[in-house]
Design a protein around this ligand. Structure first.
Ligand code: KIV
Ligand code: ZN
Length: 389
């Protein structure tokens, strides 16, 4: 039995909402926050309160309405940001302030024109400010993916000493390879003296398509929180996709991890996020794409119809998907054709199917997908041909 809980920190309403075109108003944010709570996420990052009066209001309203999950507000390592986040979170049952600063040499020089020592002081100061308002303070070391590990360990030790309860190690630019990210987390476990006083969090971006792999590598390395978004929405190529990490953890229970996510809600919530944010999901997206449980090639269809486990590792019901689909194209085989004809009320023997299949291929070569209407036409034409013969 898996016994290590992985906390799911959802940032759809913050990092996800940063996507151009995905901006939400307060009503939409509240509706989605309620869905996320129903889904079973542990922490909802509701927004970045200082960024606009509208976002402040959204975080405040979400704080009033959410009962079980922690509600988190983002801030920079700036006093005014932190005070504003605290203000927006004042009604939350479990408030968390998320504050931090860039720690890679590139960020230290290019963004802050500062030094490593000064950045540690600013990080510590930010955590102390946040601690004046809430117990639960998460610190992010922005661009940790490209931060020197020895220096990162010093930053993390200092912020934990200042009271950080969660330490976020973002691969902000999606640069790391899975083994590097996992090793970075393991390095912190082995080199930060007070690491047992905080939870380590993975926050991975998908610039190289590695966000899910990196997050999983992070928990194997010792992290216990994953920051993720529904449908993998987020800056540029997106963040770690919630549905993917949750299902990796479930499918690979031998790793010893579990989450409290109600997986049957994954597809309904994905649809609601896509509609509300007006950002459709790519059809081949794992778990929630419209083709995630579609079988279209003859070899796969034949195997699937004999035993679904041959080509499906997840039961669609388990993730709230509509069900498996046998899609007919010019790459489909006879068993799929017979199966679909049978589903719409025709039962033909093997010889009949052989003949209909030849006509089917002619139709299939002219279109992307052979639809139910086409099947009725093919079946009726065949029936008429036997009567005439
Ligand atoms: O990607 C990142 O580094 C972030 C931080 C603000 C947590 O989103
Ligand atoms: Zn991010």
């Amino acid at each position: 039995m898996p016994n290590q809980k992985i906390f799911i920190f959802d940032t759809t309403l913050r990092d996800g909402e940063q996507v151009p075109g995905c901006k939400l108003n307060t009503k939409e944010k509240i509706e989605l926050a309620l869905q996320l709570e129903e889904l079973g996420v542990d922490i909802i990052e509701a927004g970045f309160p200082i960024s606009s009066p509208g976002d402040f209001h959204s975080v405040e309203e979400i704080s009033k309405i959410i009962k079980n999950a922690s509600v988190c507000g983002l801030s920079r390592a700036v006093q005014k940001d932190i005070e504003t986040a605290a203000q927006a979170l004042k009604y939350a049952k479990r408030p968390r302030i998320h504050t931090g600063i860039g720690t890679s040499d590139l960020h230290i020089k290019a963004k802050f024109n500062s030094t490593r020592e000064e950045i540690i002081e600013r990080a510590v100061q930010a955590v102390k400010w946040a601690k004046n308002f809430v117990d639960d303070v998460e610190f992010y070391a922005e661009d940790a993916g490209r931060t020197d590990n020895e220096y990162l360990a010093r930053v993390i030790e200092a912020v934990i000493k200042a009271g950080a309860t969660v330490v976020n190690i973002p691969d902000t630019t999606g640069y790391c390879l899975p083994h590097q990210y996992g090793e970075k987390i393991a390095f912190l476990i082995n080199n930060v003296k007070n690491i047992d006083r905080a939870v380590i969090s993975c926050h991975c971006h998908n610039d190289l398509g590695l966000a899910t792999a990196n997050s999983i590598s992070g928990i194997i390395g010792g992290a216990r929180q994953i920051e993720c978004t529904i449908n993998g929405l987020g800056e540029r190529a997106g963040n770690t996709s919630l549905e993917e990490v949750v299902m990796v953890i479930k499918q690979h229970a031998h790793l010893g991890f579990y989450t409290d996510i109600k997986t049957q809600k994954l597809n309904p919530v994905s649809r609601q996020v896509a509609e509300t944010m007006r950002m459709m999901v790519q059809p081949n997206k794992a778990i929630v794409g419209s083709n995630a449980f579609s079988h279209s090639s003859g070899i796969h269809q034949d195997g699937f119809l004999k035993d679904s486990l041959t080509y499906e590792i997840i039961n669609p019901e388990e993730v709230g998907a509509d069900g498996s689909k046998i899609v007919l194209t010019a790459r489909s085989g006879r068993s799929a054709l017979a199966h679909r004809l049978h589903k719409i009320g025709y039962s033909f023997n093997r010889n009949d199917i052989d003949v209909i299949y030849e006509h089917f291929l002619q139709v299939a070569d002219t279109k992307k997908e052979v639809m139910e209407d086409d099947l009725h036409k093919l079946a009726k034409a065949y029936q008429a041909s036997i009567v005439t013969a």
